[in-house]
Write a protein that binds this ligand. Structure first.
Ligand code: MRU
Length: 356
């Protein structure tokens, strides 16, 4: 999607979040946004693993595309005499980067199977995964947009926009389409501590598209709901269990509980590649624990326009940093998918997978 003001001039340019050319993978360096726009180049699968782990690339779909590309790089790098062993080791390594996002595992599995046939097939399959991700995000947007009325005030959590996918995004895709069609929308952007993907990335995306928004503290959502200021909530998902329980960025559960109390529709937007039918319920989803520094420190722009990491907690404190939580299906009004809007129920989920 559109990036404005590149290199300080007024032009805008369209980008995908991540792409592969030859054997190199290119991605927008998300740790630097919104302060600096830079492309990170990964020359081999280990560098792509590093990019996933350190969140240069992040968000369910973008992680999936990165994992697919990493698997393709591993296949091109593997020596002919130890080919199968080489790609198996790489698969294990890629899958250890971030445990919660289902798309990562969907992608490694698909590209690994293609790599068993040939290196060229592996690269082709990785490109297909990226293209499908973009197409599915667009379809999700079209379905979700049908429910957005003129004047809607929508709350979103974390970043499930185009930066979290290859293009368009999931939770933000319906909003982009609504805006394009001339509907007036206003977005409440949860800052999304500890890494502030809302305040940094979602706000940056909405700014690029000229969509009106305000960043709110994570703990302001229930208050705004109680005052009748929110018409709808849309979030993304990192993994959806077979019964419709949804793992998403930490803090999503609180929003869903408050939304239920105040009778506000709570929607999740996710492609089929985020569903994990082997996970019976949300209890089986592995929740990633991240470094405590993400809570104890913050990274921002100082008055000299340099990014700086500062301590914001009592020195020598310990912190606990679960990156995701699980929202039970009965708190979710519906799920926007590329196959339509479904209820978070086993039968409806099975239907989009053509399971009787
Ligand atoms: O830790 P992140 O930034 O990779 O978190 C994933 C997310 O972007 C969110 O949980 C999002 O809402 C899921 S949809 C990409």
């Amino acid at each position: 999607m559109k990036v404005n003001n590149i290199d300080g001039n007024n032009s805008s340019k369209n980008y995908r979040t991540i792409w592969m050319e030859g054997t190199c993978v290119f991605m927008i360096e998300q740790n630097l946004l919104p302060f600096e726009f830079k492309i990170y180049k990964s020359e081999n699968y280990k560098q792509t693993c590093h990019a996933i782990k350190t969140m240069i690339v992040r968000g369910a779909g973008a992680i999936g595309a990165a994992a697919g590309f990493a698997m393709a790089q591993a296949s091109t790098e593997a020596s002919d005499n130890e080919y199968i062993r080489g790609i198996q080791i790489a698969k294990t390594e890629i899958e250890a980067t971030r445990p919660t996002a289902r798309n990562l595992f969907t992608a490694t599995e698909r590209v690994f199977n293609a790599a068993l046939i040939s290196k060229a097939k592996a690269v082709n399959e990785a490109q297909n995964i990226a293209d499908e991700d973009a197409q599915n995000s667009l379809l999700i947007g079209e379905y979700g947009n049908e429910l957005i009325k003129n004047g809607f005030r929508i709350e979103t959590h974390c970043n499930a926009g185009w930066l979290a996918f290859v293009d368009y995004g999931t939770a933000l895709s319906p909003i982009y389409l609504a805006h394009k069609q001339g509907k007036e929308v206003f977005i409440y952007v949860d800052e999304t501590r500890p890494r502030n993907q809302g305040a940094k990335l979602t706000a940056w995306e909405l700014q690029n598209e000229n969509i009106p928004y305000a960043i709110i503290a994570d703990n302001a959502g229930a208050h705004l709901m109680s005052k009748g200021k929110i018409d709808m909530i849309i979030t993304g998902a990192d993994r959806i269990a077979a019964n419709g329980d949804v793992a998403n960025k930490i803090g999503t559960l609180e929003k869903a509980i408050a939304a239920k109390y105040y009778n506000i529709p709570f929607y999740v937007a996710a492609p089929k590649s985020t569903f994990d039918l082997d996970c019976r319920t949300g209890d089986e989803i592995i929740i990633e624990e991240r470094d405590e520094d993400e809570i104890l420190y913050q990274i921002g722009l100082n008055e000299n326009h340099k990014t700086e990491k500062i301590l914001i907690s009592a020195p020598n404190s310990k912190a606990i940093n679960p990156a995701f939580d699980v929202t039970p299906a009965d708190l979710i009004t519906g799920i926007f998918t590329e196959r339509g809007i479904i209820k978070p129920k086993k039968q409806e989920i099975n239907k989009i997978f053509n399971i009787e």
